[in-house]
Ligand binder design. Sequence first.
Ligand SMILES: [Zn+2]
Length: 311
Amino acid sequence: MAPQSPTEGRDSPGSSASEKKRKNNNGSSSSKKRAYGEASGLPNGAKSHVVRRSSISKPGRDQRDEPVFKHKKRKRRDDRDRDSGNATTSVSRQDSPAIDFDGLSRPSVGTRQRLEETEEEKAARLDRMKGAVKTLLECVGEDPNREGLLATPERYAKAMMFFTQGYEQNVFDIVNGAIFQEGHSEMVVVKNIDVFSLCEHHLVPFTGKVHIGYIPNNAVIGISKLPRIADMFSRRLQIQERLTKDIANAIFDVLRPQGVAVVIESSHLCMVMRGVQKTSSTTITSCMLGCFERREKTRNEFLSLINVNRH
Ligand SMILES: [Zn+2]
């Protein structure tokens, strides 16, 4: 989806200097870097939107966005006029990026059908899944009719729906208005959030810990919402890199903080049980937005608070 921001994927503060050096040798990244440099000289707040906007493909949906995106805002207003039959919901959806299902939760056509289906359709879906699991059992050489396996297709179908229940959730419902104007502007860190996700390449689990930090721009989010946002995106088919970005982008969109930092450390069963069979390896991904991306000091403070370099 989005073009990667130049510092995404940084594993540790130690790598940042060499990372910068490498980026400077690269034409496209260095021009991007200049743009960041310009913005970083300015006070935080509004400008941080601009910096961050360059890291995602979709235009900002918030009316308060910078004038740079004016033409896109105008287009959205036109859309809204066209929708005037449904004015109230349409307006509120446009007013906050948090309410935009497609922007923040990215369900596909199939997941939207899943969310909106009737009881009968739900039952039909489970039946199809059961049939597929029975086929799988046959294909591995098992007898799906032996006692131990009789209820397995149904159990697995239900479990799979649970593992992917994040497709039925969206950030707006999760946040549910829990954003408070506290005038707070110090770093907030929630670390060691357990996540359980499914690797989209092998449909086997990867599990790990998410560490989230942000620096508010006056507004703070109810602290329990951060693990719930992590949970929502992890209960989908994922790759760790995208999961990291999904969480960071959602928090940034919903809260407009000075910066957001997300680090995930996890172990992938597709690596442990098959392939290279490295049982103790940990994969670390990070996504730094706003002031975490611009200021090494801020980034290092976060990394030392989450103690990610303890090994
Ligand atoms: Zn995998």
